[in-house]
Design a protein around this ligand. Structure first.
Ligand code: NI
Length: 194
């Protein structure tokens, strides 16, 4: 398992809900958590590790000893967005070296399944609400750069071009498969679990 970087096509994939929580899924989620901690992230979505599933993990302390902050949300659905809009700096492990302010509602109500397969409703605010909104966007193929003001987007444009150039370089060197291969793999994984 590895983190894919912008503009990898899996980051634009809209995932379907999972049908079951089993030991294989739990293993994937633990690998996602390990990767998130190894990269000092506070959240990670399944398509960032090239998986077409609706799963996100979060720990706003980015500390694996802070278990009270460790969450895995399976089939997360934001059922309500409330509170005022708040603009805060965001980054993303799939867009390293870029950060920019993003406006989001300050509070949400989240419905999701946990690792025990139980449905849970969470009321989240502040950074928790922001991370969950950012990660749920990933599951719909949306990146935080899609939510920037024109001026803020302009400010990161060059960095995005550089990432696009690096990506096509990796493709030419055969490190990243072509779009058809990626799509075929995602479709196979999707059929197995959604
Ligand atoms: Ni992200």
């Amino acid at each position: 398992m590895r983190i894919v970087k912008y503009p990898h096509p899996t980051l634009r994939y809209k995932s379907k809900p999972l049908l079951r929580v089993d030991s294989e899924l739990k293993k994937m989620i633990h690998q996602m958590l390990d990767l998130m901690y190894a990269n000092e992230g506070i959240g990670l979505a399944a398509n960032q590790v090239d998986l077409p599933y609706r799963v996100i993990v979060m720990n706003i302390k980015s500390d694996q000893n802070a278990k009270e902050e460790e969450h895995a949300f399976i089939n997360p659905v934001i059922v309500q967005r409330k509170g005022r809009m708040e603009e805060k700096e965001e980054g993303c492990l799939s867009l390293p070296e870029i950060s920019a302010p993003v406006k989001r509602p300050q509070k949400i109500v989240l419905n999701a399944y946990n690792l025990a397969g139980q449905e849970v409703t969470w009321e989240l605010e502040g950074l928790h609400a922001r991370v969950v909104q950012h990660e749920c966007d990933h599951l719909d193929g949306i990146l935080f750069i899609d939510r920037l003001s024109p001026a803020n987007l302009l400010a990161v444009k060059q960095a995005l071009h550089d990432m696009e150039a690096a990506f096509s370089g990796e493709r030419q060197r055969g490190i990243i498969p072509d779009d058809q291969l990626i799509a075929a793999r995602l479709s196979e994984l999707e059929t197995a679990r959604t």
